[in-house]
Design a protein around this ligand. Structure first.
Ligand SMILES: NC(=O)c1ccc[n+]([C@@H]2O[C@H](COP(=O)([O-])OP(=O)(O)OC[C@H]3O[C@@H](n4cnc5c(N)ncnc54)[C@H](OP(=O)(O)O)[C@@H]3O)[C@@H](O)[C@H]2O)c1
Length: 322
C-alpha cells in the first residue's frame, strides 16, 4: 500500500510517499481502508520533534513512522476476536497513541473505533476526533462554562479552537479568540465576540479577567495567566511550550489555590466514544465544521507545512484516493 513515511524528526521534506506492506489486523483489531484524515497540531509537533513532549515515544528518532491520527474510512477486514464491526462498515477513530493514518490502510483496535455518524461524509467525520475532544472537555466537562461567563481561547483559529468558540457561544459565554492576524475574521465568523492578534497584543497585559482560559498554544508564565483569571476562574493548558507545562504542573496548583483560581493541565480523554454531544450538535445544525483545505495523500508534506506555518483556519483534511 502507499503511505507517507518518515524516519527522522525534521521539516516536511523528511516525509516520503512510498510503498509499505499492507498491515494485517491482530485479533482485537480492524483493518480500515482510510478515506480521509484530518491534520492536528500533534502531527506537526511529532514531525518536528518539538515541543519535547512530542518525543515521548521516541526521544531520538520517531517510533511511529507514519503520522496521522484522526481517520475515517471503511472496514475492510476484522480480526478474529472482534465483535462490533463488519467489513463495509463506515468508521472513524482517534489513533494518536499509535498513529498511521497517512496511508491507504491502517489497523485500529476495535475499542478505539466508532461508527460514523449517519449523514456525515468521511472528511467531516475525520475533523472531529482530537479537535472535538479537546473542545468538548475544555469548554464543557472541565471548563464548565456557564451563561454569561467570560471565556478566552488562546489559539482559537485552529482545529480545536473552531469547535471551542462555537461550544462556548452555545453555552451563552462572552468569547474572546486569540490567534494570529490572518485568523481574526475567521474567529469572528464562528461567533467570537472579541478577537486578539497575539503578534500585536498580549492578552495577559490587557487588564481583562476571564472565567476560563482554554490554551492550546501556551507559552507564557503561569503568573501571567493567574493575573488574567477572574476570582474562581480556571486556566486549562492543552498544548504549547514545555516550560509553561512544567510551571502549570509544579506551580499552578499552589498559586491557583492561594487566589481561589484553578491552573491545571487538561489531560484530554481521547476516543470517539466521548464525542456524542458534539455529533448531536452537528446533527441539529448548531455546530459547523470548517474545512480550510483538502490535500491528496501525496501532498501530506504541503498540507503539514500549511498547518505548521500557521495558515490553517479550522481543519485541513487529507483525502486518500481509492
Ligand atoms: N492535553 C492533551 O491531552 C492533548 C491531547 C491532544 C492534543 N494536545 C495538544 O493540543 C494542541 C492542539 O491544538 P490544535 O490541534 O487545535 O492546533 P491547531 O489547529 O494548530 O491550532 C493551534 C492554533 O494556535 C495558534 N497559535 C500558535 N501560537 C500561538 C500563540 N502564541 N498565541 C495564540 N495562538 C497561537 C496557531 O496559529 P499560528 O501557528 O498561525 O499562530 C493555531 O491557529 C497541540 O499542542 C497538541 O499537542 C493536547
Amino acid at each position: 500500500m502507499k503511505a507517507v513515511v518518515y524516519t527522522r524528526y525534521g521539516p516536511p521534506d523528511v516525509l516520503r510517499l512510498t510503498d509499505v506492506a499492507k498491515p494485517t489486523p491482530k485479533d482485537d483489531e480492524v483493518l480500515v481502508k482510510v478515506q480521509a484524515v484530518s491534520l492536528n497540531a500533534s502531527d506537526w509537533e511529532m514531525l518536528r520533534g518539538k515541543p519535547l513532549y512530542s518525543r515521548i515515544a521516541g526521544p531520538f528518532r520517531p517510533r511511529h513512522h507514519i503520522l496521522g491520527s484522526d481517520v475515517a474510512g471503511r472496514v475492510e477486514a476484522a480480526g478474529r476476536g472482534t465483535t462490533l464491526f463488519q467489513p463495509g462498515d463506515d468508521v472513524f477513530a482517534d489513533i494518536l497513541s499509535q498513529m498511521g493514518g497517512f496511508a491507504e490502510y491502517v489497523c485500529v483496535p476495535e475499542r478505539a473505533l466508532g461508527r460514523m455518524p449517519a449523514g456525515m461524509t468521511y472528511e467531516q467525520a475525520a475533523t472531529l476526533p482530537q479537535a472535538g475532544a479537546i473542545a468538548l472537555q475544555g469548554i464543557q466537562d472541565k471548563g464548565q462554562v456557564q451563561l454569561g461567563q467570560k471565556v478566552l481561547i488562546n489559539g482559537a483559529g485552529g482545529g480545536s479552537g473552531m469547535f471551542a468558540i462555537q461550544l462556548a457561544k452555545l453555552r451563552g459565554a462572552e468569547v474572546t479568540g486569540v490567534d494570529n492576524g490572518e485568523k481574526l475574521e475567521f474567529m469572528h465568523s464562528l461567533g467570537a465576540d472579541h478577537v486578539i492578534d497575539h503578534t500585536r497584543e498580549d492578552f495577559t497585559k490587557s487588564g481583562h479577567a476571564y472565567d476560563l482560559i482554554l490554551d492550546v498554544a501556551a507559552h507564557r508564565s503561569v503568573f501571567a495567566y493567574q493575573r488574567s483569571l477572574a476570582p474562581g476562574g480556571r486556566y486549562l493548558y492543552v498544548g504549547g511550550s514545555v516550560a509553561t507545562l512544567f510551571q502549570v504542573l509544579l506551580i499552578g496548583p499552589l498559586i491557583g489555590r492561594s487566589a481561589d483560581k484553578t491552573i491545571r493541565l487538561l489531560a484530554v480523554r481521547l476516543g470517539v466514544r466521548h464525542l456524542a454531544p458534539l455529533v448531536e450538535l452537528r446533527e441539529a445544525g448548531k455546530l459547523v465544521t470548517v474545512i480550510d483545505r483538502r490535500y491528496r495523500l501525496s501532498e501530506v508534506p504541503e498540507a503539514l507545512r500549511y498547518l505548521g506555518e500557521g495558515h490553517a483556519k479550522g481543519k485541513v483534511v487529507v483525502i486518500v484516493e481509492s
